[in-house]
Design a protein around this ligand. Structure first.
Ligand SMILES: *[C@@H]1O[C@H](CO)[C@@H](O)[C@H](O)[C@H]1NC(C)=O
Ligand SMILES: *[C@@H]1O[C@H](CO)[C@@H](O)[C@H](O)[C@H]1NC(C)=O
Ligand SMILES: *[C@@H]1O[C@H](CO)[C@@H](O)[C@H](O)[C@H]1NC(C)=O
Ligand SMILES: *[C@@H]1O[C@H](CO)[C@@H](O)[C@H](O)[C@H]1NC(C)=O
Ligand SMILES: *[C@@H]1O[C@H](CO)[C@@H](O)[C@H](O)[C@H]1NC(C)=O
Ligand SMILES: *[C@@H]1O[C@H](CO)[C@@H](O)[C@H](O)[C@H]1NC(C)=O
Length: 500
């Protein structure tokens, strides 16, 4: 059953009596290569510097119809495609070549209509891939912006673009915005909530399909880097750049209350700046109401501070039962929280590994209850060329039960009835849906390891310092990494946006 090649099983640690999620490496790459049309085009690309293997990094992944769609943001030159796909499922080929998606042509940087730099995508239940294209390329270098940021909604099955929306300058200026991540809300014709990681004007950009319009929600404390959480280390490498709002997750449309199903149009959106230990949330009624942006509305009054995580995070995702999964960068770990329980006491670490979870960046659910994590060692990539002799990118996967928040039809609720309560006699309570499909597998359960609390203990709401850091080999490592950081970013201040 188990493929002989490299399908390395590693159980991630937990308290002795506890059970944890069993993550497996399902794909791993020392560097990425592509399905070139022919050998000639490969040689030409190398000769012209259009393909420089050590400059390509996999950042995000989403699953649809037996494929993973992976993103390769153009942070340095020599990235021939910014969106590509690979076959999912068991394989002997654990370092597959990437097939540019939708086509080679659409990945060409010669035309602003093509994809320039894609950090993340989402794929809805109809098989439409929502692509946020930041427009600006070579973001770790000092390049000028040629193209404006845009959103494409592309139908995978018919191979056709349904929507192209170019963001206006007042929402996402091409010189400074950085579209980082998105969630898709199928309410009222469809919305995308996109994090703009901009160093100058961070916020959540809301796009309405029906209105073909976008607006931006701004809130300084919750969407900007927390000065107290800027510095942290990952396997001895110091990260010292303030990074604004990055990860975002959307709660399910359907939830249970007193054994009844509730269809909830005001879903909760969760987000966090990378440089922050706080998790925040806001309901979608607030985001969808463009009028508020013109009324000097105090978004701070509507944004909740959910609580403190043990570390800085980037990727996060919620399943359709309200379970949040989030990356814990300084811990080399994955956190899990059932949103029906208190955040402060009920967060759990379900996986932690210094080697295999070095910078977990993004999540993808498949249709079988598996959660896949993209791990990409970005902490190294931003400072230096990749070491092509070691594995730099991995997809690791575990059965956790549950599906993406997008699949809120699990209960087969009667959508005609709108907000009407529907009884759920025949449907299982939320907890049972977290059983993995194979009953012999251990479950990440409440017996998993409690997450370490942030250190030092936060006093009166302000966290003085960043998270617990992994042990550092020597002070030399830290200081030289720090110096490197300073020299790198003093050159590229305008391009910091997102180092990630
Ligand atoms: C990339 O793939 C091409 C053919 O598709 C092959 O000729 C080439 O050797 C590969 N390059 C690297 C660096 O692996
Ligand atoms: C999708 O269309 C493009 C041309 O627009 C073509 O190059 C590509 O091969 C098509 N993909 C599939 C899977 O048919
Ligand atoms: C926003 O304002 C317009 C015009 O003032 C109004 O027609 C519309 O109902 C308002 N929308 C919301 C969600 O309040
Ligand atoms: C959404 O949030 C606002 C502000 O906190 C609140 O007034 C409103 O009742 C919330 N709506 C729902 C449906 O939870
Ligand atoms: C994904 O789910 C399927 C079906 O439950 C299971 O057979 C498979 O082993 C899972 N894959 C991983 C990598 O967990
Ligand atoms: C690192 O620096 C701290 C404070 O400067 C010092 O107390 C500690 O002994 C140093 N550790 C090593 C391994 O040199």
């Amino acid at each position: 059953m188990q493929s002989p090649v490299c399908l390395l099983l590693f159980t991630i640690f937990c308290a002795a009596e506890a059970q944890s999620a069993k993550f497996q490496v399902i794909r791993q790459w020392k560097y990425v290569n592509f399905t070139w049309p022919d050998d000639e085009s490969f040689k030409t690309a190398v000769a012209k510097g259009l393909y420089i293997p050590e400059n390509n990094i996999i950042a995000g992944a989403k699953y649809f119809d037996d494929h993973f769609y992976v993103t390769l943001p153009r942070m340095r030159t020599g990235v021939p495609a910014t969106l590509a796909r690979i076959k999912a499922g068991p394989t002997q080929e654990t370092s597959p070549k990437l097939q540019p998606f939708p086509s080679w042509q659409m990945n060409g940087i010669d035309d602003c209509n093509n994809l320039q730099s894609v950090q993340n995508v989402e794929i809805d239940t109809k098989g439409q891939i929502w692509i946020i294209d930041g427009g600006r390329i070579d973001t770790l270098m000092n390049s000028a912006a040629e193209c404006s940021p845009k959103l494409l909604i592309f139908d995978i099955k018919s191979n056709r673009t349904n929507t192209v929306y170019v963001f206006p300058e007042d929402v996402a200026p091409k010189a400074t915005s950085f579209l980082y991540d998105l969630v898709v809300d199928n309410t009222d014709g469809g919305y995308a909530y996109v994090t703009d990681n901009s160093a100058h004007d961070p916020g959540i950009i809301v796009f309405s399909v029906k209105e073909n319009r976008a607006w931006k929600i701004r809130n300084a404390p919750s969407m900007a880097a927390d000065p107290a959480a800027i510095h942290f280390t990952v396997n001895g490498i110091a990260i010292s750049t303030p990074v604004n709002i990055a990860g975002i997750a959307l709660g399910p449309k359907v939830h249970t209350s007193n054994d009844k199903l509730v269809i909830n149009e005001a879903r909760e959106v969760y987000f966090s700046p990378l440089s922050s230990l706080n998790l925040f949330s806001v309901n979608t009624t607030i985001l969808r109401n463009e009028n508020l942006t013109r009324q000097n509305f105090d978004y701070g009054s509507a944004i909740k501070n959910v609580g403190l995580k043990p570390s800085q995070s980037v990727g996060m995702v919620m399943d359709n039962q309200g379970i949040l999964y989030y990356t814990l960068l300084a811990n080399n770990a994955i956190g899990r929280w059932d949103s029906h329980t208190p955040f402060d006491t009920e967060q759990r670490l379900i996986a932690r590994d210094n080697k295999y979870i070095e910078w977990p960046n993004s999540f993808a659910f498949d249709q079988n209850g598996n959660l896949t994590v993209v791990v990409n060692r970005l902490n190294r990539f931003i400072f230096d060329k990749l070491d092509l002799g070691v594995y730099n990118f991995r997809l690791i996967s575990a059965e956790v039960g549950g599906k993406s928040y997008l699949y809120d039809d699990t209960f087969n609720y009667d959508s005609e009835n709108g907000n009407k309560m529907v009884t759920t006699e025949s449907t299982p309570p939320p907890s049972s849906s977290f059983r993995p499909s194979s009953s012999s597998e251990p479950v990440p359960s409440s017996s998993s390891e409690p997450v370490p609390s942030p250190e030092p203990e936060p006093s009166s709401g302000s966290n003085q310092q960043s998270s617990p850091t992994p042990s550092i080999d020597s002070n030399v490592t830290v200081s030289s990494a720090c110096r490197f950081m300073v020299s790198l970013f003093s050159v590229t201040v305008s391009a910091i946006l997102f180092l990630v």
